[in-house]
Design a binder for this molecule. Structure first.
Ligand SMILES: [Fe+2]
Ligand SMILES: [Fe+2]
Length: 161
């Protein structure tokens, strides 16, 4: 299968984009906090969007196709998303009080994301590409665009423009 239009290619690229935003936050936070905060905000919204895409569209499609849900890989991925969310909020509360001392929380998040993304990239996404047709994948991409922003552009529990 060519990379064109695959779940693997699209979602891996989004992982890379998010990694780069987080790295900007880390590089900037002790020099230009305002800019660092902007990068963090984009990272947070982007990661929240990525998780909504996976949990609302990608995982249900895979579960439907394979008949695997409770106890399967998507069950594990959803549980990891909750842990990732907790670390994200731990950093977020420091960012909210202009406190750059979040190295420990950042390392914990990167650690979680590293192994989570690797499992998705090596196992889950290729498997989704294998069990779906090009048409089904196109439906996923179109549905992703229709997810309302208020599902993921949330910060401190409120929606941000
Ligand atoms: Fe994920
Ligand atoms: Fe992912």
């Amino acid at each position: 299968m060519s990379d064109q239009g695959t779940i693997s290619a699209f979602f891996e690229e989004d992982h890379d984009r998010l990694d780069a935003l987080f790295q900007s936050f880390q590089t900037l936070k002790r020099h230009n906090f305002l800019k660092a905060k902007e990068a963090f905000k984009e990272f947070k919204f982007g990661l929240q969007r990525h998780i909504v895409w996976e949990e609302d569209l990608l995982f249900p499609l895979w579960e439907e196709k394979t008949g695997m849900s409770g106890g399967g890989p998507t069950f594990v991925m959803r549980a990891e998303h909750r842990e990732i969310g907790r670390q994200l909020e731990a950093i977020h509360s420091k960012v909210a009080e202009q406190n750059p001392e979040s190295d420990g929380e950042e390392a914990a998040l990167l650690n979680l994301l590293g192994s989570h993304n690797m499992k998705e990239e090596r196992i889950l996404y290729p498997s989704i590409d294998q069990v779906t047709t090009q048409e089904e994948r196109e439906t996923v991409f179109r549905s992703m665009e229709r997810i309302p922003e208020e599902r993921y552009r949330v910060c401190c529990g409120i929606e941000h423009a």
